[in-house]
Design a protein around this ligand. Structure first.
Ligand code: ADP
Ligand code: ASP
Ligand code: MG
Length: 401
């Protein structure tokens, strides 16, 4: 069998953990399996590298951020091969350049385009474990790129798809996908399986257990994912197209504070203004994930939008600089908000679900600033300070029994 196994930062957080993971891989190898191992940087080292960068320059060039951050994964793969060597398991570490993992050139948020499989196949044919750096790619100038925080999951799925692996296992510090982040809701329940669509929604709205693009890619190429604990030998959660179990009304609650709400007051209630505002944001590569506008009063409307916190200062500056042009009277910014979402295949056909979510918030005296929905998700924007309380209250109401 050809197995792709990805280990996250906490799973390779120190040399003992690396040795433990190496022993796990050695077992698979000695059982006759071909193994491709994808690693993240050790523990918090990506954050530490970013702190260093910002100590030197508050706005470092993104090309150099990628050059810096990609070193974190390089350390893990080299150490892992040393650990495997100590166990007499032949292995080779490969970075994105050595594999030829082609990506787009947008530094810090590049997309994997194509993976050359020859080198990996050659190493596997020589019965070596191939240990690949997660999170990175190479653009058309041969510059190293990174593919977004948490992106090693996506590297693993891309490799599993390109090499038609028999399994893609994501090893982490929890033993599966839960109905809520177990760090916030200690009695959250582990799911045995979840569909791609539900997992994609959960991952996109804050359940960082999987990088959302990894789920998207897995769905596109039909790669079944398993999320498992890297140090305990217990059943994990399967992420796949169709689930055997009865579809749950609600499969999870997630929270995300990487959001900022900008309100544009006094925009003319006439055709074209909304287009010009969003054109300005999109042409400056600022993604907007929620839009709410009020009914017109005195021929003007207020528009509230949510953008990620790292984009917020740029969005604010752009909108303020262009306020006169776009006829925006005032731009206000609320940085202390969080999004809470519930996800479930049964949401659309069961209006009672939304009622229960709102009731849970009401009972906890939590005010809703904005609500938006998709077919299988309801998201509310609330004050950041209420985030954990809201997750617990909603989880208890909808998934508590
Ligand atoms: P890794 O370093 O292995 O990539 P991450 O920190 O990215 O690990 O993801 C694992 C973490 O995701 C867990 O420690 C857990 O707190 C968090 N998490 C958030 N939502 C969920 C969820 N619904 N189910 C499981 N874990 C979750
Ligand atoms: N090391 C990178 C990060 O911390 C990628 C990853 O862990 O998946 O975001
Ligand atoms: Mg992760």
């Amino acid at each position: 069998m050809l197995l792709v196994k990805k280990f996250g930062g906490t799973s390779v957080g120190n040399t003992d953990k690396i040795k433990n993971v190496a022993a796990k891989i050695a077992k698979e190898y000695k059982a006759g399996n071909d193994c491709i191992v994808v690693l993240s940087a050790m523990d918090q080292s990506t954050d530490e590298l970013l702190t260093l960068a910002h100590e030197i320059n508050m706005d470092p060039p993104t090309r150099e951020i990628d050059a810096l951050l990609s070193t974190g994964e390089q350390v893990s793969v080299a150490l892992m091969c040393m650990a495997l060597d100590a166990l007499s398991v032949p292995s080779v570490s490969l970075n994105a350049f050595q594999v030829s993992m082609h990506s787009t050139g947008n530094h810090t948020n590049a997309r994997l385009k194509k993976i050359d499989t020859e080198r990996i196949r050659h190493e596997l044919d020589g019965r070596r474990v191939v240990v690949v750096t997660g999170f990175q790619g190479v653009d058309s100038y041969n510059d190293v790129t990174t593919i977004g925080r948490g992106g090693s999951d996506t590297t693993a799925v891309a490799l599993a798809a390109a090499l038609h692996a028999d399994a893609c296992e994501i090893y982490t510090d929890v033993d599966g996908v839960y109905t809520a982040d177990p760090r916030i809701v200690p009695n959250a329940k582990k799911l045995n399986e979840i569909t791609y669509d539900e997992m994609l929604e959960l991952a996109s709205i804050g359940a960082q257990v999987l990088h959302n693009r990894s789920v998207d890619l897995a769905k596109k190429y039909g790669v079944t994912l398993v999320v498992r604990d890297s140090h305990k030998d217990v059943e994990g959660t399967f992420v796949k197209e169709v689930c055997k179990m009865e579809s749950m009304l609600v499969s999870g609650v997630a929270a995300d504070k990487n959001t900022c709400c900008l309100t544009l007051c006094g925009v003319p209630d006439m055709p074209g203004y909304e287009y010009r505002i969003f054109d300005l944001l999109s042409s400056n590569s600022i993604p907007v994930d929620a839009i709410l506008h009020t009914a017109a009063v005195n021929d003007t409307i207020d528009i509230s939008i949510c953008v990620s916190r790292d984009c917020a200062p740029r969005a604010e500056a752009l909108l303020k600089d262009n306020a006169a042009n776009l006829k925006i009277k005032e731009v206000s910014v609320d940085n202390h908000v969080a999004k809470i979402s519930i996800v479930g295949a049964g949401i659309q056909s069961n209006p009672g679900v939304a009622t229960k979510m709102f009731e849970a918030l009401f009972n906890s005296n939590i005010n809703i600033k904005m609500t938006y929905t998709s077919e299988i998700r309801i998201t509310v924007l609330i004050d950041e300070i209420d985030m954990e309380k809201a997750v617990r209250a909603i989880h208890e109401k909808l998934l508590g029994e």
